[in-house]
Ligand binder design. Sequence first.
Ligand code: IVH
Length: 696
Amino acid sequence: MNKQEAKKRIEKLRQVINHQRYLYHVLDRLDLSEAALDSLKHELKKLEDAFPDLITPDSPTQRVGSLALDKFQKVRHAVPMLSLEDVFSEEEFSDWTTRFQKLIPEAKLPELVGELKFDGLAISLTYQKGLLVQAATRGDGEVGEDVTQNIKTIESVPLRLELHGKLPKHVSLYEKEISRAITSGMVEVRGEVIITKKNFEKINVVQRKKNEKIYANPRNLAAGSIRQLDPAVTASRHLDFFAYDLVTDFGQQAHSEEHALLTAFGFKSDPKAVCLRSLDDVSVFRNRVAKERDALDYHVDGIVVQVDDNVLMQKLGVVGKAPRGAIAFKFPPEETTTRVLDIQAQVGRTGVLTPVAHLEPVSIGGVVVSRATLHNADEIERLGVKIGDTVVVGRAGDVIPDIRAVLKDLRTGKEKSFHMPTKCPVCENSVERAEGEVAYRCVNKKCPARKREGLYHFVSKKAFDIDGLGPKIIDVLLDQGLIQDAADLFELKEGDLALLERFGEKSASNLVKAIKEKKQVLFSRFLYALGILHVGEENALLVTSYITATYNLKAQKYTILELTTIIQNMPVDSLKEISGVGEKVAESIFSWFHDKHHIMFLKKLDQAGIVVVVPKVRMISSTFRDKTFVFTGELQTLTRDEAKQKVRELGGNISESVSKKTGYVIAGENPGSKLKKAQHLGVDILNEKEFLKLIT
Ligand code: IVH
């Protein structure tokens, strides 16, 4: 980006960030997620780093906190309340250490302290002669708001400072002197007001019932609760407080001593704070916190790392409004912002054209992504997304990233609209949208894209699950003319493969072996692998279970021809009778098995030696019989696929969408819109623990 472009982008970013900050801090409202806003701030900071002369004093990067509200008295902080610079990757973190190490004579990394970064609201507490006399928010760092009455409702904030018990051995301070200093002078302690996850959920349930504002995150709620004119409302929110900074000088030499002192003074301080001596230590600590944070009662959005030696910390000074000797190493957000470089229609195995956004690569939840699905033309219209737009992209668990919002205020006017092509981008045949359907489809049944995608599907995990055979190898095999369809895979010989560029003898023999191993396939996997329109994993299971029961199939191997004959002889009405299988699905299966090209393909598979295994009939639990389960959010103790498998084993069905007929919605971490829909429809919702109980 040249300077002129950077200038324009910077101005727009500042406008959007400032507006969001105003909504968030002044009105306690949030239109964009914290993560998306952080991502914009990060982009702004990077641009300003590249073009420092474009930094202006009013840039959001140059200030901390927010405007003070009128309803509270203003308080000037004796020592400014600074903020922390954020980093998200190990590389950025290591850059920070290199930067500040240049300013100190010792070449080696000084001792660091790592602690939890609480996701709440920063508060400064002032005690005079041991009594809490003032509590203030950070405000803009210089001037905050007096929220003493509200803070006094928090039980974990001591109203009187006392020395509890003995100081730990490593603290080189005298207890008597400290006691005297507390009772005769002034003490300032800083920390974070937080709300527990449980209370956060509870309060939002009440808000929803009262038809009042839903809080976007615990920080928002903590801030909203502290800025209440009526302390009784604050008290009802059951807030909590963790102290992390002792501003008053008691002669302490290290930050770690402050933790010990704060605990002795009667504060809760970070239970996980540790001493870190190398970059490896930092990385281990961060990974540990990332793993354990779900089990904590409160939200933690990263770790704070700072120089332990207070003298060195002072020496390093401040850059902008952040101390050089401390940093927030945040967890990768599940949502971020990036730019749409292009939108292209991809032709799937059923001929459906799916618009896919090609993105400027960006890391979401620790994984770099460059593509996000736009689902269909209706979704593009709903979002109003154009090529060139800055968008919010998110990813939940192992789901494909999707675009959640478009930041239209960042438009330059050069963005281009996307229209679904009228001709298939692969075979150039026409594209049609059937009555009542959202999908656009290529009409050519032999479209090469369909064939390619069909092959990817045939070998995929939930179908034939052929080890080591992914889209890249399928592409090579197709492009070299080694295969025409899936049946040809089973005829491949080592010699055919060994000549190909990406194969050595060993990998050729491994692949041939892997293909051979899958010549026996489960009935439901076989039906799913055929890629019949509307026949996903669930429908394949329902249909094969029905056929097994109705035709009294034994738990044994069947040839493809034996099974196809059964299916071909089933009247379409009988397929429609299968519980959970709709009319559309039944008709689609019926016509697939009566198509002459498909019949030839089935014969070819039979000749290639594929046999189908019919499994034993399952014992079905009455809790699960005919019940449909829908999953949303991330599970912690098992993968989605394992959970689905369990449900099926017990006789339940899985669906991807919530309706009145849904039996249970299982909500993991970060649930999506399905949870809201379930709440709206009054469907039973289980959390992971309750679900585990049900399946055991
Ligand atoms: S040290 C210079 N330690 O994060 C500020 N801050 O993004 C020194 N925070 O304003 C703060 N947990 O509100 C520190 N263990 C922790 C923290 C923490 C949360 C907040 C704090 C600060 C913000 C900076």
